[in-house]
Design a protein around this ligand. Structure first.
Ligand code: KG4
Ligand code: ZN
Length: 334
C-alpha cells in the first residue's frame, strides 16, 4: 500500500493544532496549543483575541509536530487544513499557513470540513462501517448525519437554535462555573441527582434538536429558587440539565436507528467526551446488538489536528484538492 503522510492544521476556534498523520490512521504526532486559559477570563471565546493567539502559535505547533514525528517537509505528501466552519479570523490563520507551506514546498493542499474531522476521529479506533449514523455534538453543531460511504454526508437532523455544547457552556455560566462549562458540568453532575424538573423538548421534525428552551428552563428554575429564598444545589442542577440534554440527544438517535438501516453508530465532537453520554451510549446500544458502535478516544473528541489528518487522508485518496486561492469559509456546509 502506498504510504501517505499528511501535515494537518486546525485553527477553527480556540485551539491551534498541527498533526502528522500516516494513512489516516497512524498519528505520528499531534500538538494542540489551547487558548482556554486566556478566554476563560472573558467567560467565552473572544474572536479577535483567538486569531491573534493563533498567529503567535501556529509556527510553533508546526515545528513541534514535525520534530516529534521525526520527519521533515520532504516526507510530507500533502497539507490538510480546516477551511470551515468556524470563526473567520481563526480559520484564516490556519488556511494562510497551509497555503504558505503548500506553495513553499510544492505540496498539494487538501481542504477539510471541520465536522468531517470530528467524524473521522473514529477511524483511529477502527475502520468505519457503512452505512453509519454519526451523532455530531460540539460547541457549534448538533447534527445527525448518515454516511452511505466515505465522504458522503446526509444531514437528517440538526439543532434549531443552540448547539448542545453551547448549552452546556451557557448553563455553566449562569451557575457561576468556569469556561468551558461542558467538562465542569459533566464532573459536578456526578455528585448530584436530577431532581429539578426540566421540560422535554419537541421539534417539528422529530430528528431535529433544540436546546435554548432547556437553557431558559434552567435559568427560570434558578430564579424560582432565589424568589423562594432557597439555595440552588449546583450539582443537582448540573445533573438535571445533563440528563435532560442527553435524553434529548438519545431520543433522536433511537428514532434514527429505527428509521434508517445502519451498520454502525459513531459519536463525534467535543461533547462526545462527556462521560455520561459515553455511558448512555454503551447502555442504549445493548438494545441494538446488530449495530456496532465507536466512541472516539477522549483526546480526539475536542478540537485537534489529528482528526483533520484522518479526514484529509480520505479527501486525498478521493482527489479532493484546493487551489492556492482558496479562502476560509466560516459557514461551510457539510
Ligand atoms: O468540538 P469542540 O472542541 O469545538 C467545536 O468544534 O465546537 O467542542 C467544544 C465543546 C464545548 O462546548 C465544551 O463545553 C464541550 O465541547 N465539551 C463537553 C465536554 N468536554 C467538552 N461537553 C460536555 N461534557 C464534556 N465532558
Ligand atoms: Zn470542533
Amino acid at each position: 500500500m502506498e504510504t501517505v503522510t499528511l501535515l494537518a492544521l486546525e485553527s477553527s476556534c480556540d485551539e491551534t493544532a498541527c498533526a502528522i498523520v500516516r494513512n489516516g490512521r497512524e498519528i505520528l504526532s499531534s500538538k494542540v496549543s489551547s487558548q482556554i486559559d486566556v478566554h476563560r477570563k472573558y467567560g467565552g471565546v473572544v474572536p479577535e483575541v483567538a486569531s491573534r493567539i493563533h498567529i503567535e502559535n501556529i509556527s510553533i505547533v508546526i515545528r513541534e509536530a514535525l520534530q516529534e514525528a521525526g520527519v521533515t517537509m520532504d516526507d510530507i505528501d500533502a497539507i490538510a487544513v480546516t477551511v470551515g466552519p468556524g470563526l473567520v479570523g481563526s480559520l484564516h490563520v490556519g488556511v494562510m499557513a497551509a497555503k504558505t507551506l503548500a506553495w513553499a514546498y510544492g505540496k498539494p493542499l487538501v481542504p477539510v470540513h471541520h465536522l468531517t474531522g470530528h467524524i473521522y476521529a473514529n477511524a483511529f479506533v477502527e475502520e468505519l462501517k457503512f452505512p453509519l449514523l454519526a451523532l455530531v455534538v460540539s460547541g457549534g453543531h448538533t447534527e445527525l448525519v448518515i454516511m452511505k460511504e466515505d465522504y458522503d454526508f446526509e444531514v437528517i437532523g440538526s439543532t434549531q437554535d443552540d448547539a448542545v455544547g453551547e448549552a452546556y457552556d451557557k448553563v455553566a455560566r449562569v451557575l457561576g462555573l468556569s469556561y468551558p462549562g461542558g467538562p465542569i458540568v459533566d464532573k459536578l453532575a456526578k455528585q448530584g441527582k436530577p431532581v429539578y424538573r426540566l421540560p422535554k423538548v419537541h421539534t417539528e421534525n422529530p430528528l431535529d434538536f433544540s436546546f435554548s428552551g432547556l437553557k431558559s428552563a434552567v435559568m427560570q428554575s434558578i430564579k424560582r429558587c432565589e424568589r423562594l429564598g432557597e439555595e440552588v444545589n449546583v450539582c443537582d442542577m448540573c445533573a438535571s440539565f445533563q440528563e435532560a440534554a442527553l435524553e434529548e440527544l438519545w431520543s433522536r438517535v433511537e428514532i434514527a436507528l429505527r428509521e434508517r438501516e445502519v451498520r454502525q453508530l459513531i459519536l463525534a465532537g467535543g461533547v462526545a467526551a462527556n462521560s455520561r453520554l459515553r455511558e448512555l451510549t454503551v447502555e442504549h446500544m445493548k438494545k441494538h446488538p446488530g449495530i456496532s458502535y465507536i466512541i472516539p478516544p477522549l483526546a480526539y473528541c475536542t478540537d485537534n489536528a489529528a482528526m483533520i489528518g484522518a479526514s484529509g487522508y480520505i479527501a486525498y485518496k478521493k482527489g479532493i484538492f484546493a487551489d492556492l486561492d482558496i479562502d476560509a469559509d466560516p459557514s461551510l456546509e457539510l
